[in-house]
Design a protein around this ligand. Structure first.
Ligand SMILES: [Zn+2]
Length: 106
């Protein structure tokens, strides 16, 4: 599996070391602790808002997933609040940049 080709299809994957059981982020084929090969699995789409900001009419946030990785995304619906729950509705690659679209869970 390949992180970017799956992301293009809307699947957000994370790499996890089968030996240390840690999530390796940014995604990589090899564990950055023990250098063994990682396995790939879908990341939980539910995360927690760490911080957010507003640019023009759009909210952006940094959210934490799987209690481990922090990723930036655009909020497409809902009013964010710190520590609030968020859900990844879409992801992909545009102009070689990753994007994540999230909505606030009430
Ligand atoms: Zn490892």
């Amino acid at each position: 599996m390949n992180f970017e080709s799956e992301l293009k299809k809307g699947n957000f994957l994370i790499s996890e070391c089968i030996h240390c059981k840690i999530i390796v982020w940014p995604p990589s084929e090899f564990c950055n602790q023990c250098l063994n090969e990682n396995s790939w699995r879908k990341c939980s789409r539910k995360g927690k808002i760490i911080e957010f900001s507003k640019q023009k009419e759009t909210y952006f946030c940094v959210a934490e997933f799987e209690k481990s990785i922090k990723i930036m995304g655009e909020i497409v619906s809902g009013e964010p609040k710190i520590a609030g729950q968020i859900y990844i509705v879409d992801c992909g690659i545009v102009n070689e940049n990753y994007f994540l679209k999230m909505r606030v869970l009430e």
